[in-house]
Structure formats: C-alpha cells, structure tokens
Design a protein around this ligand. Structure first.
Ligand code: UDP
Ligand code: MG
Length: 307
C-alpha cells in the first residue's frame, strides 16, 4: 500500500521495482498494489488509471483533495485485503529490495515489522536536533513506547490491520496508533535513499506541526502540565509567604524584616496565580477524561483466542 501526493514520476518506477522484487524473490506470493492518491494536482491520476487498466493487481484510490498522509494510509489499510499489508512511501526512499526481509520476519511469526531508519549524514542539523528533541519529549510524556526513527515503512499482519480499523479518532498518526496496538513486533534497520523525483512535501513547518499534534494526541501530559506547574508554584509561594510572615512578625528576622509591603503583595499574587493554575489543571483533568471518551479507542485488543 502506497500513499502518494504529487508523485507522478515515482509511481511507475515504484511499481516496476515492486513487481520485479516479487517476481524474483517472492514468486510464491500473490500480491496487489494499492496506491492511495492523496489529491495530487499533477498527472498522477492518468498514470494510475492506465496502470489499473493494464494490471489486474494494481488498485488505486484517488482522494478528492489533499487530506494528508495519515488519512491516505488510513484509507489504504481500510481497503487492503491481504494476509499482510506492507506500507511503503511512493518516493523510493524506503528500499523496496528489503520487502523479502519484511516478509521473512512475518513468516517467522512477527505481526508488525517496522522499518527503522539509520541515522543519516545528509539530514540537516535542524532536522537532527528537531527529531532528537521530539523523541526525548515523546518518550518522557507518552504512555506507549516510542522507537526513535521508526518509520511508516511497515508490514502489518491481517490481525493488526483489522484491529487498526477499529480506531475512530480523527486527529491521528498512523504510526502512533500501530504502536499503541501492541502485537509481536520486529525491527529492520535500513538506510533511506534520497527521493527519486520531486521534493518532500513535508517541510519543516509541517513537521513541527505534526510533532506538536503528536504531543497533544498521544499524551495527556501537556494538558496536565499547567496543573503541575500551578501546584508547584502554590506550594513554593505558600511556604515562602509563611516563612516571611513568621520571620517578619514573630521572630523579627533581619532578612525577612527587610521585605516591604509590595514584596509581600508579590508573594501573595504568585501564590494566587499558582492556585488558579492548579485549578485550571483540575479542569483539564476532566477535559482529559472527555478526550479519552471521545477518542473512543478499543478497550483492549485480542491477539489470539480459541473461541
Ligand atoms: N504524502 C501523502 N500526502 C501528503 C504528503 C505526503 O500521501 O500530504 C506521501 C508522499 O507522496 C510519500 C510519503 O507520503 O509517499 C512521504 O512523504 P514525503 O516523501 O513528502 O516525506 P518524508 O517523510 O520522506 O520527508
Ligand atoms: Mg520521502
């Protein structure tokens, strides 16, 4: 399954390469290639229709406009019918020649095989630092385990695909949802190629937005942050205020006696602001509950049963 947005020059090379890999290394397998066109504005549509006419195992979906890669992968997983589904980018950055390795791990019992990108020298330092910070924060705040540099280059067993279809939430990141599902996973390291044709449609701003929305969709921590901060501020300001009053009016301590009225007022204000933030935090706990209910994720995912 391939999501693609303005990939006119890459569609045929991808298909050819996949076909030759299956023919030479996986001759025993039936496969179909599902291309999800995410509202391309180039000539993709004609190419897809032509490939569809000429090849029985070439299927396509064409979106009415650009909905984003996450929507495209969701659509692909919805229609894919095989015993396993492999997701791969259209730009040949994910090495197609590794597909037999994915299949081998799957045959050996893995239910999710995840391509992990090796560190690359060609990444700009902004991207390197950005992704480092992202994974650091994500590991701290997220409830599910995150593997750094794990990509969308993945093979999913049918069981996993069926479970994936149960998600109803809208703001989604396919990778994150697959991670949440669990199942037996295996990893394959690979060196990403450079794009065959065209330019990456994920620029830095789009990536930053995706990172930010991952923080808030995959973790409730940011929501609770203000509450934690408020509690800490209240506690510190409260303690400090208490010692100030005690020091100034009871023990006549030199240090605390030097505090003017406005200094005491400042402490009081910080204390009250902290209380307000703690109150906001309390409200956000309720919002967190609403978010969990609205996302309506399955309560559990079975991996096996003999019912
Ligand atoms: N893609 C998509 N919809 C979009 C943007 C990208 O389907 O709105 C596809 C794109 O065609 C490619 C994959 O998602 O197959 C990865 O995108 P890209 O190469 O732009 O980003 P990268 O992750 O390689 O930086
Ligand atoms: Mg790419």
């Amino acid at each position: 399954m391939i999501p693609g947005y303005n990939e006119e020059e890459n569609i045929i090379p991808s298909f050819e390469k996949i076909r030759s890999v299956f023919a030479s290394e996986l001759p025993a397998y039936d496969y179909e290639l599902i291309f999800v066109d995410d509202g391309s504005t180039d000539n993709s549509e004609n190419i897809l229709e032509k490939l569809g006419r000429e090849n029985q195992n070439f299927k396509y979906l064409i979106f009415s406009r650009n909905f984003g890669k996450e929507a495209a992968t969701t659509a692909g997983l919805k229609v894919a019918g095989g015993d396993a589904v492999l997701m791969i980018d259209a730009d040949l950055q994910h090495p197609i020649e590794l597909i037999p390795e994915f299949v081998k791990k799957w045959e050996a019992g893995a239910e999710v095989v995840i391509g992990v990108r090796n560190k690359s020298k060609s990444d700009s330092w902004v991207k390197k630092i950005g992704s480092n910070v992202f994974y650091r924060i994500m590991t701290i705040i997220s409830d599910t385990k995150i593997t750094p540099r794990a990509t969308d280059f993945r093979l999913l067993d049918k069981k996993v695909v069926l479970s994936f279809r149960r998600f109803t939430e809208h703001g989604r990141m396919t990778r994150g949802l697959i991670d949440w599902l669990g199942f037996k996973r295996e990893y394959i390291n690979f060196d990403a190629n450079s794009r065959l044709h065209g330019r990456a449609s994920y620029n830095k701003i789009k990536l930053a937005k995706l990172a930010f929305s991952s923080f808030i969709t995959y973790s409730l921590f940011p929501l609770k942050l203000v509450g934690y901060l408020g509690s800490i501020i209240t506690l510190l300001a409260g303690a400090f205020g208490f010692f100030t009053i005690l020091g100034k009016y009871v023990f006549h301590n030199r240090f605390f006696s030097s505090f003017t009225g406005s200094a005491q007022l400042a402490i009081l204000i910080v204390f009250l602001v902290g209380m307000m933030m703690a109150g906001l935090g309390l409200v956000s706990l309720y919002i967190a509950n609403i978010k969990i209910e609205v996302a309506n994720r399955p309560n559990y995912i079975n991996r096996k049963s003999n019912f």
